[in-house]
Design a protein around this ligand. Structure first.
Ligand code: MIG
Length: 764
């Protein structure tokens, strides 16, 4: 169908966002899926008989009727930017949207749609699909039609608000979204965003929702494989974690925990007493996450199937018969999550898992896979969703499923924040789930892909994301299910990246060697321990970032352009964790040295303590057990002593790791780590000023009904500081070597009572 170019609708959302729609209707299309209710009534409605201009400072919108082109410009303070583009009909009729860009502009976003950091010169299909071990470039499990443009002036972005499948082609001067399908009443609905990256993401969050705050344990190190096939095996893995002093928060049950792959069952022999197993794991400080696939086995007497039929929850064919596809359980039917009553139905089954002690739900195959192992076009399948064709709903299927899983948590574990891990997704998923990028390979290319995906997902409003650490399969296509050759160096480098990724889980394919931290020999075990422990050391900082994400929409892991949109010289393997940690990933085999350009400011090399100036290029050595990591000068980094899991780590105390500069600041946040809307918490802020070798620090507590279990804190400073004065008393530090953390430095460590006050640190 052609786009009916009749009405032009416009609304402004705040200062830096506006929405332009073209189509047959006089109201905006309803927000799709999980998007909170936005007004469907536009502020301006015009007919496309002539050209139009509107403005609401600092935004200006103009539309030319001749060629359906538009220009949106934004000008505020030093920020100046515009987006120009046009809407046209493709050969054959479906519409397309073209956005212009200039030669030096850099495009990013679109989630994990393709490889590469930039979306210039990129082709992708925006349709949720099983990539079958990433066999084709430009296919992805998830869809985020959210595209960024960075230029030397500032940043801007567009969100193409449609669930319909699109093809994306980012050329050299134009990025085009081609609709693959289009119906009579459809319109082209576009949001435009301007301002700095944080402002853009804040506006985007108003439209698609803020990220949720995960339970603390979800931020820990997780271990998985396809599959740990018995309770005994699962417990063995947990014990090994403890024996090897590897902090760990969760172990995953992949599809073999079920009986004949029947969702919401346990295997009667291999998982005969899941409650006992999960309790034992719980005693070791480890949560259990179980996979849940949407395909329900067709089998008489199987309650999920029988009840589902009775309540009419499954997707149908055009003729009204239930659609039967083929997935792991054999012939299978698929819940129509787009219907509210079906989501209630599905949610109610989660009790089966929660009652046995399962605490996390892993939603796989939700792209959805309809015919496993076959080459088929999912859009050609005769599967309908409440009367809607599959192509209208497919991109939203996983979001609707997540909503149902979420409801399961709310009903049966009301005191706890949900943990849902999803493979497939659409914009808005950040409100409910973490996302992992599916079946990658154990290859150097896919190590790089991990970083590229996470950076672009982070810009696409999904802060809680990650890839299988170590790589999942053996290569592209169905043969990826076998993996034979261990690459120890690759594993080391992947851990060195993975520990800084928002979601941090090791996982491997069915026919694979073992892939646990100890499976690669002593050297890699030591490297694994070093970095997994460092993850836990940084946990207070990471948790604060997750909290901030849930309030502002800001990402955890950030591309350099996020903090420095003007940056010309981008070292592509450099990324930020929050504002204060800057890391470089070593992405090449045999690389023992790296050249990188630091962004402006002063940076401390975390492992050597060396202070480096920004806007300069350095060669940094990268032995196998080390990657470049820097801390912004002026950071008081909240850290903790790594314990067996996240909860114990945060309860063990607070260590301010101070990286001096003239002005120093830091923030610390703590709550119980699990209450759904934490209004009871503890905060401490750190302000410091350095003058003539003296450091004056103010610590300020804020208590809101939550009291940490420790009453002393540590402050770590460079070695020269050797006294502190606190409330008239003199405090002498302990000299500590940080060798055991892989840091070649000695520091002064001061022990202080945990309370508000002023402290002066002196070098004498
Ligand atoms: O058809 O459950 O991406 O993580 O181990 C494969 C088995 C199904 C695909 C997931 C992967 C998981 C695997 N699943």
């Amino acid at each position: 169908m052609k786009l009916k170019k009749e009405n032009l609708l416009l609304s402004f959302y705040g200062e830096n966002c506006c929405r332009l729609s073209l189509g047959p209707s006089k109201t905006f299309p309803s927000s799709i899926a999980l998007v909170p209710k936005l007004s469907e009534k536009p502020q301006h409605v015009a007919q496309v008989l002539k050209s139009h201009k509107w403005q609401k400072q600092p935004l200006k919108v103009s539309f030319q009727k001749e060629n359906f082109s538009f220009e949106i410009s934004y000008s505020k303070n030093k920020q100046n930017n515009q987006i120009t583009g046009r809407i046209f009909d493709q050969v054959g009729g479906y519409p397309a949207l073209a956005i212009d860009f200039e030669k030096n502009d850099r495009l990013m976003g679109l989630g994990a749609a393709a490889s590469g950091l930039w979306r210039n010169d990129t082709k992708a299909r925006l349709l949720n699909i099983d990539t079958v071990f990433y066999r084709r470039e430009g296919e992805a499990y998830s869809t985020f039609p959210f595209l960024w443009k960075f230029n030397s002036k500032s940043s801007a972005a567009i969100f193409l608000h449609t669930p319909l499948p699109l093809r994306y082609e980012g050329g050299t001067s134009e990025a085009v979204f081609y609709f693959e399908r289009f119906d009579e009443n459809d319109c082209l609905d576009i949001f435009f965003f301007f301002g700095n990256p944080a402002e853009i993401l804040a506006s985007y969050a108003k439209i698609t929702g803020l990220p949720y705050l995960p339970p603390l344990w979800a931020l820990g190190f997780h271990q998985s494989r396809w599959s740990y096939k018995s309770e005994k095996k699962v417990l063995e893995i947990a014990k090994k974690m403890r024996e090897h002093s590897i902090p760990c928060d969760a172990i995953y049950l992949d599809i073999h925990y079920m009986q004949d792959y029947k969702v919401f069952t346990f295997h009667p022999k291999n998982f005969s007493d899941p409650k006992k197993m999960t309790s034992q794991l719980e005693e070791m400080g480890i949560k259990t996450v179980a996979i849940v696939d949407p395909g329900v086995k067709v089998e008489h007497g199987y309650p999920v199937y029988e009840e589902g039929l009775k309540h009419d929850v499954f997707c149908k064919k055009k003729n009204g018969d239930v659609y039967v596809g083929k997935v792991w359980p054999g012939n299978s039917v698929f819940p129509d999550f787009s219907r509210e009553e079906v989501r209630h139905f599905w949610a109610s089954w989660h009790d089966v898992l929660f009652r046995k002690g399962i605490r996390g739900i892993w939603n796989d195959m939700n792209d959805p896979v309809l015919q496993i192992g076959k080459d088929y076009d999912p859009l050609e399948e005769d599967i309908w969703h409440n009367g809607q064709a599959h192509y209208r709903v497919r991109n939203l299927y996983a979001n609707y499923e997540a909503l149902s899983s979420w409801e399961g948590f709310e009903r049966y574990l009301p005191g706890e924040r949900p943990f849902i891990l999803t493979r497939s997704a659409f914009s808005g998923i950040q409100r409910y789930a973490a996302l992992w990028t599916g079946d990658n390979h154990s290859s150097w290319e896919h190590l790089r892909l991990n970083l590229e995906h996470v950076l672009n997902l982070s810009l696409s409003g999904v802060p809680f994301c990650g890839a299988d650490i170590g790589g999942f399969g053996g290569g592209p296509g169905i043969r990826g299910i076998f993996k034979f050759r261990k690459d120890r160096e690759l594993m080391a480098r992947w851990l060195e990246l993975g520990y800084l990724m928002p979601f941090f889980r090791m996982h491997t394919v069915l026919y694979s060697y073992d892939q646990e931290p100890w499976s690669f020999g002593e050297e890699i075990l030591q490297i694994a321990r070093k970095y997994i422990r460092r993850r836990y050391r940084f946990l207070p900082y990471l948790y604060l970032l997750f909290l901030q994400a849930s309030k502002t929409g800001e990402p955890i892991v950030r591309p350099l352009l996020y903090e420095y949109p003007h940056l010309q010289d981008v070292t592509e393997n450099l990324f930020l964790v929050g504002k204060n940690l800057l890391a470089a990933a070593v992405l090449e085999k045999g690389q023992r040295e790296m050249e990188l350009t630091l962004p402006e400011g002063l940076w401390y090399h975390y492992e050597t303590g060396e202070l480096l100036e920004g806007n300069k290029t350095y060669r940094i050595s990268t032995p196998i057990n080390s990657h470049p990591l820097f801390v912004r000068a002026g950071t008081a980094l909240p850290t903790a002593e790594p314990m067996r899991n996240t909860y114990d780590t945060l309860s063990s105390g607070l260590i301010w790791d101070v990286f001096p500069s003239q002005n120093i600041s830091g923030e610390y946040y703590l709550d119980d780590g699990k209450s759904p809307s934490p209004n009871q918490y503890y905060r401490m802020v750190f302000y410091g000023k350095e003058k003539k070798g003296e450091l004056e620090v103010t610590l300020k507590e804020e208590k809101k009904g939550y009291e940490p279990s420790f009453d002393k804190i540590f402050v770590r400073l460079p070695q020269g500081y050797n006294t502190a004065i606190f409330q008239g008393k003199e405090i002498t530090p302990r000299l500590v070597s940080l060798q055991s953390d892989g840091r070649d430095i000695r520091i002064s460590e001061f022990l202080l009572p945990r309370r508000s006050g002023k402290i002066t640190f002196k070098k004498t």
